[in-house]
Design a protein around this ligand. Structure first.
Ligand SMILES: Cc1cc2nc3c(=O)[nH]c(=O)nc-3n(C[C@H](O)[C@H](O)[C@H](O)COP(=O)(O)OP(=O)(O)OC[C@H]3O[C@@H](n4cnc5c(N)ncnc54)[C@H](O)[C@@H]3O)c2cc1C
Length: 438
């Protein structure tokens, strides 16, 4: 006989959403949340679904990736999104919430549900209960992190992220770029963006003068040792980057027949080659500064930044190695991971992972096969990305239109956005009709 209960560890955005998805289908949930008995370095309250930083859930424009994600979550009956709409305050084109009312609303809804039992307890070891959803977030407690590190292996649990920006291929000025690998080894694996001495000097000056984000009190600079932000490297000396991430050795610019003065290398981020990662450009600069400074690289003058760089404290697992797109752990498929710990990045991305993990934990209790939305939807594309990206270079990913498969027709600008978002919602609707009917 199947277990009638599901255990969820972590009552943040993902765990709360997972608990709602399970309980709303009639199955009992035990939700473990350690706060307020034990706090994380960023959480300050004992309520569920606390927003640790900004109270903005990003753009609500239906033609943006964040706007699409919101509509998909709404279509699938997300508690978090419903609470956000209910507690929204004016925020321009962004969905902005009253943080206190938002968390209270999620907490009230779950605590009122007779099928949800919230226990204030830090889980230090993985319980034997199955199905089990682990949603302990980017600040997973030390004891559980140690347990996960032991279970997953040293190479599979990270404690901070060092993310380089990603630009869309179609926005790169190919007149100022060329495909090649250093010394011709490895084929045309990199798209190289050369800079002359004058261009480098302008770029360098803007980089060292740009504004980094302040560190949180619990983020020591020494935390990031061994993986320095590009702006910190630049501050060591005017030529440091020329011997590091911008070194031109082994490359010949076909336009001049000579070695460029400096080079930024872009590496394909997905199989379709629609997204390119700026190699070695992990950064803590503010987003507007990233756009302004990196757009001084001639090939990136009109670049569309699909993901900005960031470096912060973040516990996440090597999902391509350990998880299926259904968010089941390969080694023990009745254990599911959800939220930021899977390598999705952002409040609503975490909620989306919680929604799918909750749905699948419930399906396991009913002996139904776990599922995930089509790749053409934002949620499906995110899950595929985090579980199928290269395990060797795995970095967290936020919702962006670049992770969606290309359209079967030529389209650009607003037309492309409209076609991508319409396709996503149509495919999600058909998927939902099929999956939610049984
Ligand atoms: C400092 C910081 C600022 C961020 N700012 C933003 C932002 O402005 N915008 C944005 O979109 N994203 C932001 N993020 C990223 C991310 O979207 C959020 O962290 C988001 O809350 C992740 O959702 P989650 O459910 O995975 O984790 P959380 O919301 O952190 O939930 C995890 C829960 O698990 C609990 N827990 C941890 N360990 C245990 C344990 N062993 N036993 C029981 N309970 C446990 C925690 O107390 C917490 O309530 C930020 C991340 C950090 C670390």
């Amino acid at each position: 006989m199947r277990a009638k209960k599901v255990m969820v560890i972590g009552g943040g955005l993902a765990g709360s959403e997972a608990a709602h998805q399970i309980a709303s289908r009639g199955t009992e949930v035990i939700l473990f949340e350690m706060r307020p008995q034990a706090l994380t370095p960023a959480h300050k309250t004992g309520v569920l679904a606390e927003l640790v930083c900004s109270n903005s859930l990003k753009s609500d424009d239906p033609l943006t990736a964040s706007g699409l994600l919101k509509r998909e979550l709404e279509m699938l009956g997300s508690l978090v999104l419903k609470a956000a709409r209910k507690t929204a305050i004016p925020g321009g084109s962004a969905l902005t919430v009253d943080r206190r009312l938002f968390s209270q609303e999620v907490t009230r809804s779950l605590k009122q549900n007779q099928r949800v039992r919230v226990l204030t307890e830090e889980v230090k070891k993985l319980p034997s209960q199955r199905p089990l959803v682990i949603a302990t977030g980017p600040l997973t407690s030390e004891a559980l992190s140690e347990e996960l590190q032991m279970l997953l292996g040293d190479e599979s649990l990270y404690f901070y992220d060092a993310i380089a920006p990603i630009v869309s291929y179609e926005s790169i000025d190919l007149e100022h770029a060329f495909w090649a690998s250093r010394y011709g080894k490895g084929g045309d694996d990199y798209l190289n963006c050369p800079l002359s001495k004058e261009e480098y000097e302008i770029f360098y000056q803007a980089l060292v003068e740009a504004d980094p984000l302040p560190l949180h009190s619990f983020e020591e600079p020494s935390f990031f040792e061994g993986c320095q932000p590009i702006e910190e490297l630049a501050r060591k000396g005017k030529k440091t980057l020329l011997y590091g991430p911008m070194k031109p050795v082994g490359l010949v610019d076909p336009r001049t027949g000579r070695r460029p003065y400096a080079v930024v290398q872009l590496r394909k981020e997905n199989a379709e080659g629609t997204m390119l990662n700026m190699v070695g450009f992990q950064t803590r600069l503010k987003y507007p500064d990233q756009k302004r400074v990196f757009s001084l690289i001639p090939a990136l003058r009109r670049a569309e930044f699909l993901r900005y760089g960031s470096m912060h404290r973040n516990t996440y697992i090597n999902s391509p190695r350990h998880l299926m797109p259904t968010l089941q752990w390969r080694r023990d498929p009745e254990v599911l991971f959800a939220g930021q710990i899977t390598g999705v990045e952002g409040y609503l991305e975490s909620c989306a992972a919680g929604l799918v993990a909750g749905l699948n934990a419930w399906r396991i209790t009913k002996e139904m096969p776990p599922v995930y939305p089509p790749a053409t939807t934002m949620i499906g594309a995110l899950l595929r990305y985090i579980t199928m990206a290269s395990a060797a270079n795995f970095q967290p990913m936020n919702a962006n239109l670049g992770i969606l498969p290309p359209l079967p027709v030529e389209a650009s600008g607003e037309d492309r956005k409209r076609l991508l978002t319409e396709r996503a919602l149509n495919h999600l609707r058909s998927w939902k009709d099929k999956v939610f009917s049984n």
